[in-house]
Design a protein around this ligand. Structure first.
Ligand SMILES: Cc1cc2nc3c(=O)[nH]c(=O)nc-3n(C[C@H](O)[C@H](O)[C@H](O)COP(=O)(O)OP(=O)(O)OC[C@H]3O[C@@H](n4cnc5c(N)ncnc54)[C@H](O)[C@@H]3O)c2cc1C
Length: 408
C-alpha cells in the first residue's frame, strides 16, 4: 500500500504549477527509479559505507534530467524553482530508492551557501561538479568545545603568503572520510569579538595536512569523524565572503541545514505503513500496549504531517518558517525515537540484534535529538522567540573567544 503522502492544501495549490510539478516528478520516478522494499525504511545519519559508483550514477542522472538543484538558479544548472518544489520532490522521492545521501551536505548546504556568498569563479569551479555528484562535501563546524555555542570555534587559520594555514580540530564531521571539499569555519582573529573573528573557507580535504579519523556510533557504523588540521593549506580563493565575516556566511549554511534535515526526514515520516506491516508480521499488534503505542505514533505522525503542510505554506508565501521548523525538528526526532523503540519492543530481542534497518532506526534515533540543533537549543529558541520568555544566560557577544566568557 502506498503511504498517503501529503494531500494538497489551499496555500500550496497557490504556488504556480506545483501540482503539475508533482505529477511530473511522480511520473519520472516511476519510470526511472526502483521502489523501496517495504522494510527498506530510510534511517537518518546511519550510512558509513556507500557504493560511490552507484551514488554517482544516480546523482548524474538526476542532474542531467533536471531533478538536482531544483531550487538552484538556472545559470548554475538548477531549475530555478522554489523550496516548496524541493519538498514536493522529497515527498515523492521518499517512496523510491535513490542512493544519493552522500551528496546531501553538498547539495543542501554547500551549494546554497556558495550561490549566496561565493564569487563568480568560485561558483564556476565548485557548483557543476557538486550538482553532478562528481565531488563530495562535508561541513567542518563543530569542535570539541564548540557545538551549540558555535561562536566558540577555536580552529585557527593564520595568514601565510597568498593563503591561510589551518591548525586545529573538528568533530562529528559527517562523510568527512569520503569528502573532497569541506566548509570550514575557522578563527582568523582571536582578539576580535567572538562572532567577528571568524572566517568561512572551502578547504581541500585531500591534502596531507588534513587527517580524518572515524568515530563509531552506537549503530556500529562510522558515519562521522574527527578531523585534524596540521598546517593544512587554503589559497586565498578559498575564502567565502569577507575575512572576519564568517559568522554571517555560517548562518546561511545553518539555515539551509535546517531545511535539508527537514527534507531528509520526510522519508522517515512516511514510514508508518512499513512499521505497521512489520509489527503485524511479527504478530505484535495483538499486544494491547503495542497497539496503543502504534495508534499514538500514528496521531503524532499526523500532527507532524500537518505541521509540514504549514511549513510548506509559509515557504510558498516567501517566508522562512523558523518557529515551525524548530517545532517540526523537535517533533520529528521524538517521532523517530518512538518509532524505533516501538518496533524493537514489538520484535523482541531480535529487534536490536538483527542488524536490520529497524535496529538501525532504533540506534540512530537518539542522534537526531542532537544533530542540526539539539532539543534544548530548539526549545530555548521557541521559548524566547515565540513565547517571549526571559532569555537564557549566554556568553557576552562582544567578548573575544580568547578571553573569559561570562554569562550575561
Ligand atoms: C549524527 C550527527 C551528525 C553530525 N554531523 C555534523 C557535521 O557534519 N558537521 C558538524 O559540524 N557537526 C555535526 N554534528 C554535530 C552537531 O552539530 C553538534 O553535536 C550539536 O551542535 C551539539 O553540539 P555538541 O555536541 O558540542 O553538544 P553541546 O553543545 O556541548 O551540548 C551538550 C548538551 O548541553 C545542552 N546545551 C548546550 N547549550 C545549552 C543551552 N544554552 N541551554 C540548554 N541546554 C544546552 C545541549 O542541548 C546538549 O544536551 C553532528 C551531530 C550528530 C549527532
Amino acid at each position: 500500500m502506498d503511504v498517503p503522502y501529503l494531500p494538497s492544501l489551499g496555500a500550496v495549490d497557490a504556488v504556480d504549477g506545483l501540482e503539475a510539478f508533482r505529477v511530473e516528478a511522480r511520473a519520472w520516478l516511476e519510470a526511472h527509479a526502483p521502489r523501496r522494499d517495504p522494510g527498506d525504511i530510510p534511517v537518518p545519519f546511519s550510512e558509513a559505507t556507500v557504493d560511490l559508483e552507484e551514488s554517482r550514477t544516480w546523482q548524474r542522472l538526476l542532474a542531467e534530467e533536471g531533478w538536482a538543484g531544483i531550487s538552484w538558479p538556472i545559470e548554475y544548472g538548477g531549475r530555478g524553482l522554489g523550496p516548496v518544489h524541493e519538498i514536493v520532490w522529497a515527498q515523492e522521492a521518499a517512496r523510491y530508492r535513490l542512493p544519493t545521501d552522500v551528496f546531501q551536505i553538498g547539495l543542501g548546504m554547500a551549494g546554497p551557501t556558495l550561490i549566496t556568498w561565493g564569487g563568480a569563479d568560485q561558483k564556476r569551479r565548485w557548483l557543476p561538479p557538486l550538482l553532478r555528484g562528481d565531488e563530495i562535501w562535508c561541513q567542518l563546524f563543530s569542535e570539541p568545545a564548540a557545538g551549540s555555542d558555535l561562536a566558540a570555534v577555536k580552529t585557527r587559520a593564520v595568514r601565510r603568503g597568498n593563503g591561510w594555514a589551518v591548525e586545529g580540530e573538528k568533530v562529528w564531521t559527517s562523510v568527512a572520510h569520503l569528502a573532497d571539499w569541506g566548509l570550514l569555519l575557522a578563527r582568523t582573529d582571536p582578539e576580535a569579538p567572538r562572532h567577528r573573528g571568524l572566517t568561512y573557507f572551502v578547504i581541500d580535504m585531500r591534502q596531507p595536512g588534513v587527517e580524518v579519523r572515524p568515530l563509531v556510533q552506537m549503530t556500529g557504523t562510522a558515519g562521522f569523524n574527527q578531523v585534524f588540521f596540521d598546517s593544512a593549506w587554503i589559497p586565498d580563493d578559498g575564502v567565502i565572503g569577507e575575512v572576519g565575516a564568517g559568522w554571517t556566511v555560517a548562518l546561511t549554511t545553518l539555515m539551509y541545514e535546517r531545511l535539508a534535515i527537514g527534507r531528509a526526514l520526510i522519508g522517515v515520516e512516511g514510514a508508518f505503513e512499513a512499521i505497521v506491516d512489520r509489527l503485524r508480521r511479527a504478530e505484535a499488534l495483538a499486544r494491547p500496549t503495542i497497539r496503543s503505542r502504534t495508534v499514538d505514533l500514528f496521531v503524532r505522525g499526523e500532527v507532524l504531517r500537518f505541521m509540514t503542510q504549514r511549513i510548506i505554506s509559509r515557504l510558498a508565501g516567501g517566508e522562512i518558517p523558523t518557529a515551525e521548523g524548530s517545532a517540526a525538528k523537535l517533533g520529528l526526532a521524538d517521532l523517530v525515537i518512538r518509532a524505533g523503540s516501538l518496533v524493537v519492543d514489538g520484535l523482541g530481542p531480535a529487534g536490536t540484534t538483527d542488524r536490520s534497518r529497524w535496529s538501525s532506526l532504533f540506534l540512530a534515533g537518539p542522534g537526531m535529538r542532537i544533530a542540526g540543533g539539539t532539543d534544548e537549543i530548539l526549545k530555548n529558541a521557541l521559548a524566547e522567540r515565540v513565547l517571549g520568555l526571559p532569555r537564557e544566560p549566554r556568553p557576552e557577544p562582544g567578548m573575544p573567544v580568547s578571553g573569559p566568557a561570562p554569562l550575561s
